[in-house]
Design a protein around this ligand. Sequence first.
Ligand code: SF4
Length: 83
Amino acid sequence: MTECKRCLLLESAGENTLADIRKRIEKLSDEEKTPEEIYQKRLSECKNCDFLISGVCMKCGCYVEFRAAFKKMKCPNANNRRW
Ligand code: SF4
């Protein structure tokens, strides 16, 4: 995988990593899961953030597509929270 600044996993990861994350997201309950519209807004914010590298947030080390799927999670950048 080449380093891709401001790329989501969707654009940069191997199929296995993305499929694994999608499976994990599917297992979340409705109470845990971020509604789709909000999820997509969160990912848009990440895509415009300098801390996103190859699908990983450099502030927390999480795959943003996974972190953003949890309703209760917040952007980890306390100084400039985008979501
Ligand atoms: S700092 Fe926030 S907006 Fe930026 S990549 Fe991380 S989670 Fe996304």
